[in-house]
Design a protein around this ligand. Structure first.
Ligand SMILES: O=P(O)(O)O[C@H]1O[C@H](CO)[C@@H](O)[C@H]1O
Length: 318
């Protein structure tokens, strides 16, 4: 078998050379396959397309978390557009995320609801996970409600609690992945946006007041959401670490949307539904699963809908 060949006095080993050539080609192939983020004009086209499909002109958007899409079903006078009908838009692949954009009226205000969001673990880069928020911006959205299902890290929380998000810790962000990574489009916002005030304090106060009015105080919490990559749930050691870092609830979404929204000046209200307690104990019997997450979503759906509807009805400035 020929293991090498000669160029002048030099021996060139065949296998390593072949290996380097394949590696170089596959890198080139990968780079040409890596999809570029869409331009401002491309995003404008998606926004214009959606506005041709509805008479509604919302200033409020809602992103529904796992099992929380029921809110979109109570939107009145609705126009629903499947994600697969929207050119250059991602698809929902996760159970509990229908994959529709629903325009209409909620509590008398014009809204658009995403009945299904995108997650990094579905294989989407973070700019794509956050793309709908930029589409919203170009549609005229000023306020974004984000909801999610999350596991409680804080042992004083209970399954079924609603946690108002006051801050977040992004594990992908700390590791260098961020929805704003790459070329900065100045027409959306600055290269280095601040996110220390990401979760609007006025809206959180409104949620607390309405929660009180509705008699929700016993299951309303406030805390820090930790974003992890998923799709595997966390190990016991990871949960202990996230709790030590200051997290109250953990999930696999929301932060890219929030960062993109704050970058382009949309105010944000965030809310987690505690669908499970994370496993913190090596003697614990059960493990978490997505069916349990969806089931808890269903049980608390009506209360979440009441809270969001009342907030929208009383939204300052809209
Ligand atoms: O964050 P949402 O979309 O509510 O979904 C949560 O539920 C799924 C896990 O059960 C994960 O996708 C997690 O992020």
């Amino acid at each position: 078998m020929l293991l090498y060949f000669r160029t002048g006095v030099r021996r060139v080993w065949l296998l390593p050379t072949l290996f380097q050539a394949i590696k170089g080609r596959s890198r080139k192939f990968y780079c040409s396959m890596a999809e570029a983020a869409p331009s401002y004009e491309d995003i404008q086209k998606i926004s214009d397309f959606l506005l041709t499909k509805t008479k509604h002109r919302p200033k409020i958007a809602v992103i529904c978390g796992s099992g929380l899409g029921g809110l979109a079903d109570i939107v009145e006078d609705q126009n629903a557009i499947d994600y697969k009908e929207i050119p250059n838009f991602p698809r929902s692949t996760v159970p509990g995320h229908k994959g529709r954009m629903v325009f209409g009226l909620l509590a008398g205000k014009t809204v658009v609801c995403m009945q299904g969001r995108f997650h990094p673990y579905e294989g989407y880069p973070l700019w794509k996970v956050a793309l709908p928020v930029r589409v919203f911006k170009l549609m005229g959205i000023e306020t974004l409600f984000v909801t999610n299902a999350a596991g409680a890290l804080n042992s004083s929380f209970n399954v079924g609690d609603i946690m108002l998000m006051k801050d977040h810790i992004s594990m992908p962000g700390l590791a260098g992945d961020n929805a704003l990574k790459g070329h900065n489009e100045d027409r959306f916002g600055p290269r280095f946006p601040a996110v220390s005030d990401a979760y609007n304090s006025e809206l959180r106060q409104l949620a607390r007041d309405i929660g009180k009015e509705l008699g929700f105080e016993s299951f309303m919490q406030e805390g820090v959401y930790v974003q992890v990559g998923g799709p595997s749930y966390e190990t016991i050691a990871e949960c202990k670490l996230l709790r030590m870092l200051g997290g109250d609830a953990v999930g696999m979404s929301t932060v890219p949307e929030v960062i993109a929204a704050r970058h382009c000046g949309i105010r944000v209200f965030g809310m987690s539904l505690v669908t499970n307690m994370v496993v913190m104990d090596y003697d614990a019997k059960g493990t978490v699963n997505h069916e349990e997450v969806l089931e808890t979503g269903k049980r608390r759906a009506q209360d979440m809908q009441k809270l969001v509807s009342k907030m929208i009805a009383q939204l300052p400035g809209q």
